[in-house]
Structure formats: C-alpha cells, structure tokens
Design a protein around this ligand. Structure first.
Ligand code: UD1
Length: 373
C-alpha cells in the first residue's frame, strides 16, 4: 500500500514526524512525502525537518505565500501531477491548513482515498480560514482519525459513519513526548541565560489573522501584555505574519517582552516547558501545554479543541485587555488549573493510525506483483 503524506505549514511538521517514524517500521507500507511549500523560510520549515528528523520530501511543490485562493490553487495544480505520476492508494492529510484542504480535494477528485489526521475539530467560527479547511476536508474524507471525543461527536452530527472514525489520540503529543525525552540544552547561550535571569517568565506566540491583522486588536493585546510584563517578563518568538503587522502598525512593545525570530521545535519547547504560563492563539500549543500540564491562556474567543478546556490546562481569554489582565491576576493569586491528560494522549497515536492502515492492506492492490501479470 502506498500512502502519500502531505505537509505544508509549520504545525503539520510535528504531526507527520511520528507517523513517518511508525510507517517505517512496516515493510509492507510504502510512503512518499510531499511538502507543498506553504511555509518556506528556514525557521518555518527546514528547522523543523532538522529538529524532528523528518526525511527529505520526495516532492517540494513550492507553493509559497499568496491570497488563500492563489495558494490553494497553486498547491492543487502541482499536487495533481504528483498524484497522477505516483498513484498513491491513500493521501494522508493532517490538521487544518490550506495545504490540508487543497491536497484532499485533489485526491478525492482522482478517486484516491483520503485519510485526515486531526479530523472533526470545529470552532463553529466560519470567519476562521482553518474552520473552512476543516469542514471541506472532512466532507470528502474517507478515514477520520480523531484526537478527542468531541471531534467524533461533530462528525456523527455531520452524517459520517462510526465505522470510518478512529479515536487514535494525538500525534502532536506523540511528537512532544518523543522530543521532550531527548531534549538537551540549546547551543545558543541566550536560552540558558534567559532562564537563569528570570526564574519566572511567560512564553507567548501570536499569529491568528483575527488578532494580528487588525491594528485595534494588536494594540489592545499589547496594552495588556506590556502591563503584565512589568511584573513577569515574556519571551516572544515572532511569526513572520505578525512581524509584518507589528512593523506596519508601529505597535509599542515593552522591552520586558523579549522578541525573537521564529524558533525551531526544540528551542521553543526548551523555553515554554519551564514557563509559568503560555499566552497564545496557536492551536497546537493549547494542546501541548495540556500535554505537559502548563497553564495556557488562549487569546481567542473560541477553540476547536474543547478537551483542553474541559480536561486540560487551557483557559479561553479572548483578546480584550480587561480579560487578559483578569486571567493574569487570577494566576497571580494562585488560581491554577491542574488539568489531566486526555484519553489517548499517551505517545501512541501514530502506532494506532498506522495499525489501521496495516489492517486495510487487503483493500488495496499489492505494491509489487512480483512479475506475475
Ligand atoms: C498558516 C495556517 C495556520 C497555522 C499557521 C502556523 C492556513 C489558512 N493557516 O497560517 O492555520 O496556524 O500557518 O504558522 O493555512 N510567511 C513567511 N515565511 C514563511 C511562511 C509565511 O514570511 O515561511 C509570511 C508570508 O508573508 C505569508 C504570511 O506569513 O503571507 C502568512 O503565511 P500563510 O501560510 O498564508 O499563513 P499563516 O499565518 O502562517
């Protein structure tokens, strides 16, 4: 069986790494890796391949940035050629980025089965580009791999069949646990010095269009964070989209918020795992903080990952100054959400996913006919 794995943007790389590691254990499963090129800067792409020991992609589609339509269309045009040449049995997509949706549409129109890892999540906020990607991808997915029960409930409500839904757990957590156990001090002395100097600090990331594309919301967020940073400093790796907007809107940022270039996976983990709390609008960090029991304040009005709120350490704070300050004050007063590890966030999700493919072998034509016609 030949599985074509798609990755394009930063949060995809953490999810494909454990799946590829697991597939390699099975001689009867073949895979090709396609990088769409949605993210292309060294810090946004190559640094992750290196950190996460992901093999060099078989195809790099060079899609790059652009409007949503242009980026999606560029990926689709190039990926169609790959599918026609390679004839995979399954196209496996992860997450909710434009590359996920683009590849799923191409595969389905060529009658190739689509597997979606991290299926069924819904924020019910259609103004989020990722929500559209999630809905479109799941509407044409054949095999759904879910990370939490709510995702399965959403799929059933949308008319999907129970038999096609696999509760696999979370490959993001597989990757986190695998990397954490191998983590060593980064080469760059900044990280160690920062930690030594600040025994208490916060880690933050920000890149959602709803937060960073508007001057008003960026100003409001930084008014709150600047104030908090007078008591506890922040370390802030800045996403390229955010960097452009901070410069364009000339946002005032306190010197107690240490701005860094985007970090590779290991450097980032090295910092946030020992932080007092994480302030973020990322999907992945909401889950990873739950995985390690670190308090997380999500600067969004909603989340498609409710288990991080119901069972984990995540709190939805939104992007209003008053609410961000309230969240900080409650932490300061010792209110800390203990959280527990959600079901199957145990480092074995990729094993469960690949076991499903292994069991499906009989449904697909053999890879090698051994010369028999
Ligand atoms: C994308 C995903 C988002 C994910 C995020 C993680 C979609 C719709 N969004 O958002 O779900 O959380 O990745 O980063 O797929 N840029 C660079 N260098 C790069 C990549 C991007 O400078 O390597 C800049 C470009 O100016 C680009 C902008 O960042 O226009 C946004 O990149 P894009 O891939 O469109 O979306 P993200 O905001 O990164």
């Amino acid at each position: 069986m030949k599985i074509c794995i798609i990755a394009g943007a930063r949060p995809n790389f953490m999810k494909i790494a454990p799946i590829i590691r697991e597939i390699k254990k099975h001689d009867n499963l073949d895979y090709i890796l396609v990088h769409t090129g949605q993210h292309y800067d060294y810090e946004m792409s190559d640094a992750f391949f290196k950190d996460l020991e992901i093999p060099k992609p078989d195809y790099f589609l060079n899609a790059g940035s652009g409007s949503h339509a242009r980026q999606t269309a560029d990926i689709m045009v190039s990926f169609e050629d790959v599918c026609i040449d390679e004839k995979p049995d399954i196209v496996l997509v992860v997450g909710d980025v434009n590359s996920t949706m683009a590849a799923a549409i191409v595969a389905k129109k060529l009658l190739i089965k689509v597997a979606h890892v991290e299926a069924g999540l819904r924020s019910f906020d259609i103004s989020m580009p990722e929500e559209i990607n999630r809905m479109v991808t799941d509407s044409i997915t054949d095999y759904f791999f879910i990370t939490e029960k709510a995702a399965g409930d959403n799929l059933i409500k949308e008319g999907k069949l129970q038999k096609d839904i696999y509760f696999s757990g979370h490959v993001m957590i597989d990757n986190l646990l695998y990397q954490k156990q191998k983590l060593v001090k980064p080469d760059n002395p900044f990280f160690e010095e920062f930690k030594k100097k600040n025994n208490k600090y916060f880690f933050m990331t920000l890149h959602r269009p709803s937060n960073v594309d508007s001057k008003e919301s960026l100003e409001e967020i930084f008014e709150a964070l600047n104030e908090i940073s007078q008591e506890v400093p922040f370390v802030f790796p800045v996403h390229p989209r955010t960097r452009k907007k901070l410069d364009e809107f000339k946002i005032d940022i306190s010197e107690n918020i240490f701005q860094l270039n985007p970090l590779g996976f290991k450097d980032s983990l090295y910092l946030w795992k020992d932080s007092s709390a994480v302030f973020t609008d990322s999907g992945g960090l909401q889950e990873e903080t739950t995985g390690l029991g670190i308090p997380c304040f999500t600067l969004r009005e909603n989340t498609e990952r409710p288990v991080t709120i119901d069972e984990g350490t995540n709190t939805l704070v939104g992007n209003k100054k008053e609410n961000i300050l309230l969240a900080y004050n409650s932490l300061k007063n010792g209110v800390i959400k203990a959280g527990k590890i959600p079901k199957f966030w145990d480092g074995r999700a990729a094993e469960r996913i690949v076991a499903v493919f292994n069991d499906m072998q009989a449904l697909f034509a053999p890879l090698d006919h051994g010369g028999i016609n």
